[in-house]
Design a protein around this ligand. Structure first.
Ligand code: GLN
Length: 483
């Protein structure tokens, strides 16, 4: 038996557990050993609790012994540290939450724990999920497992790097403008952002509430579907959720029509990224898939709309961190107002402060109509345009990111260059529709991801298409090797 457990599918691990070829405790120890050996270089975890994970794994072994198991029983995972957990601190990558521990588990964590999945720890991120490189974390940057001089993408860089490096079978991230798909692309794994309202956000630390979604990172899209099926569905604690349909139709690549939006293949796309995406398109075309060029002219406004709406919502959401209710508080001052000012000044990092200022400005009474109001109206146009393209095509195929991973430090002092990393992923958040990034061929040793975007609440269909592609190709099997 090959012991590359980090390269196996959930169903394969499940079989090994059922047939007692490995126990859940042994599986966990395998991953803990890899973490111990390599994570000091990568910095994907903010916190780990080995003893607790061992207890859960022992419990999973009991369930397996009693034949009371699910596909995820005994499977080790990580969650991004802006998802609340009772037994770990929840930092959102920020100093302002120093010492904060949630008194409840997020709905997604509760659901996974019920299945018997084994939570190892919490993943590094850009502070409050604001960024595209994980360099904005108060806990230091995460490195890309493919090349330690490069960023893993962001904001969910920790969870993406952890799956890419083989520290866990899957992880959960959050995606407000691309924070699951872009790091998945830069780390060479699969990352799925579900439709808005299909997965509960209860317990996710709010950034842009009308855009935020939780979703999985996995090596295989088949595994993403398993996790999605567990975490999706109506939650009375998040009123934006609704029931998902359990009807799954089979996908045939031959009967499929894909759209290539020409705005996504323009000047700002790196040539080598483009040619690797086109290899996927050619492959699909050989399978009999119908390929059409489409045009989505409002795409050009998506980045501007996002950088008004997301900071506006953030400025409101982050007003609760006042140095009184949560975490860090500056006690060296006299009055209440000074305490608030000093705690926020010292607790928040530079990017978060920039977003709060941008958002407060856009929402101020003198500028509301000119900025926030206009952005809301433009959002509707982008949404309408995207929704109606699905009358013509089943899904869109685009690059996930205009470039491969960039060097640590390369874009940190140029916010506009950093913001442009999400130019391809943001439209799906604006429209609330699902998107998945899957690996295609590497370029110069760094991964490239293709994004598939589908209609609202047709998440399982999108996952099935990604799965069909992975059944017939091997790009996703290309994994990092250390030493
Ligand atoms: N990179 C984008 C931002 O900085 C998206 C972040 C996200 O999806 N959480 O806002």
């Amino acid at each position: 038996m090959s012991d590359d457990f980090h390269l196996k599918k959930i169903t394969e691990l499940n079989q090994l557990l059922i047939s007692k070829q490995i126990s859940s405790v042994e599986l966990l120890q395998y991953f803990l050993k890899r973490i111990e050996k390599y994570d000091s270089k990568i910095n994907s975890f903010i916190s780990i609790d080995q003893d607790r994970a061992l207890k859960i794994a022992k419990n999973a072994d009991k369930r397996i012994h009693n034949n009371d198991l699910n596909l995820l029983t005994g499977i080790p995972y990580m969650v991004k540290d802006n998802i609340s957990t009772k037994h770990f601190p929840t930092t959102a990558g920020s100093k302002i939450l120093d010492g904060f521990k949630s008194n409840y588990d997020a709905t997604v964590v509760q659901k996974l724990n019920q299945e018997g999945a084994v939570l190892i720890g919490k993943g590094n991120l850009d502070e409050f999920a604001m960024g595209s490189s994980t360099e904005n974390s108060a806990f230091g940057p995460t490195k890309n497992p493919w090349n330690l001089n490069y960023v893993p993408g962001g904001s969910s860089g920790g969870p993406a790097a952890a799956v890419s490096a083989g520290f866990c079978v899957f992880s959960l991230g959050s995606d407000t403008g691309g924070s699951i798909r872009q790091p998945a692309s830069l780390c060479g794994i699969t990352g799925f952002k579900p439709s808005y309202g299909s997965v509960s956000r209860y317990g996710l630390i709010a950034f842009g509430s009308s855009l935020d979604q939780i979703g999985p990172f996995t090596r295989f899209s088949e595994d993403s579907e398993i996790i999605y099926d567990v975490i999706a569905g109506k939650d009375r604690l998040d009123s934006t959720t609704k029931e998902i349909s359990k009807n799954k139709s089979k996908v045939n690549l031959k009967n499929l029509t894909i759209g290539l939006p020409k705005e996504y293949f323009s000047d700002y796309l790196d040539d080598h990224v483009k040619s690797n995406i086109m290899e996927l398109v050619e492959f699909l075309s050989k399978q009999g898939t119908n390929v059409q060029e489409v045009s989505l002219p409002y795409t050009d406004y998506a980045l501007a709309v996002y950088y008004i709406l997301a900071p506006s919502e953030a400025s409101s959401n982050l007003s609760r961190y006042d140095g009184v209710k949560y975490g860090f508080s500056d006690h060296n001052v006299d009055s209440m107002w000074e305490r608030i000012e000093s705690s926020r000044s010292n607790g928040f990092g530079l990017e978060v402060k920039r977003r709060i200022m941008l958002g407060t400005y856009s929402l101020s009474s003198g500028y509301y109509d000119e900025y926030y109001g206009k952005a809301e109206m433009t959002r509707q146009l982008i949404k309408k345009e995207l929704n109606s393209v699905f009358d013509k095509v089943d899904i869109l195929v685009t690059p996930t990111s205009p470039t491969t991973a960039f060097k640590i430090g390369e874009k940190i002092s140029d916010p506009m260059a950093m913001y442009s990393s999400d130019i391809m992923t943001i439209p799906a958040n604006i429209a609330g529709i699902p998107g998945i990034s899957i690996p295609v061929k590497n370029s110069n040793g760094l991964p490239v991801g293709a994004q598939l975007v589908g209609p609202y609440f047709k998440d399982n269909n999108l996952l099935n298409i990604a799965n069909e592609i992975q059944k017939l190709t091997d790009w996703h099997l290309n994994a990092v090797e250390f030493d």
